[in-house]
Design a protein around this ligand. Structure first.
Ligand SMILES: Nc1ncnc2c1ncn2[C@@H]1O[C@H](COP(=O)(O)OP(=O)(O)OP(=O)(O)O)[C@@H](O)[C@H]1O
Ligand SMILES: [Mg+2]
Length: 255
């Protein structure tokens, strides 16, 4: 299988001297093309820091991040923003849709930015909206849409450019359980049918059980990984819950 993401010995230290925090302390992780991987761990364990380093929002103190064959830490300035724009997709908890644009325009903008041929744009926007179940919302402005619809619109915007890697930090964190399930179902479809490679941070065992593999961070280190391996979601959910409860008090907030 083709390797889409390879993180090697990643370290991120914030601050200096006695006041410093080792948010990531030697993390190594690989994702093959088409994998859907969840990242779990207690609050402060380094999940967001890991995602921010991979998404080029933050710079690691040391270590290497290779996405689709490119070493990220060697990219600078325009080259870096171009890589981010063309090869990465982001879904964050606060979905950052532009208020003055309709759902259609928000999704189309992502394609315009990567200079997709104008004639292709409407078809691609509509297809992605259908995949995410928001085809009836395309003419609405964000304030006219529910939180779940806005989040799926943000997911459509992240995926419409067919990024090499989609990065999601608690994408279901602000959603009620029904909207969360709907978004996850759609992410699973995009992963299965379109081969989208997804790295997703989550506190929630149900959300994690939709992934094919879940890695656990603690004190900036990866210390465990679980693979779904053909089991159904429910069985994987039970296993995640067992691990989380075995880890004891420090993971209580995960349940
Ligand atoms: N900009 C920063 N400056 C200083 N310390 C930081 C900074 N960002 C994160 N940290 C510290 O790094 C550690 C890891 O933070 P991170 O945000 O990655 O945790 P997390 O696993 O995402 O937690 P949560 O589940 O609460 O979102 C924490 O101890 C945090 O206080
Ligand atoms: Mg976080």
């Amino acid at each position: 299988m083709e390797e889409m993401l390879k993180v090697t010995d990643l370290v991120r230290v914030y601050g200096r001297g006695s006041a410093s925090t080792r948010a990531l302390d030697g993390v190594s992780l690989s994702l093959e093309a088409g994998e859907f991987v969840g990242v779990m761990g207690p609050s402060g364990s380094g999940k967001t820091t890991l995602l921010n380093c991979v998404s080029t929002i933050d710079r690691p103190t040391s270590g290497s991040i290779v996405i689709d064959g490119r070493e990220l830490t060697a990219l600078r300035g325009k080259e870096l923003s171009r890589f981010r724009r063309e090869r990465l997709g982001f879904i964050f908890q606060d979905c950052n849709l532009l208020d003055t644009l309709t759902a259609f325009e928000n999704i189309a903008l992502a394609l315009a930015i990567v200079k997709a041929p104008a004639g292709e744009i409407p078809g691609r926007v509509e297809e992605m909206a259908r995949l995410l179940g928001i085809e009836d919302c395309l003419n609405k402005y964000p304030y006219q849409m529910s939180g779940g619809q806005q989040q799926r619109c943000a997911a459509a915007r992240a995926m419409v450019t067919h990024p090499a890697l989609v990065l999601a930090d608690e994408p279901t964190g602000a959603l009620d359980s029904k909207s969360a399930r709907l978004l996850l179902e759609r992410l699973e479809v995009l992963n299965r049918e379109r081969g989208a490679t997804i790295l997703m941070v989550t506190h929630d065992a149900f959300t994690a059980s939709c992934c094919g593999r879940v890695v656990f961070l603690r004190d900036g280190k990866l210390f465990l990984e679980l693979r779904r391996e053909g089991r159904d979601r429910k069985a994987f959910f039970q296993q995640i819950i067992r691990v989380v409860s075995q880890l004891g008090g420090e993971m209580d907030d995960v349940l």
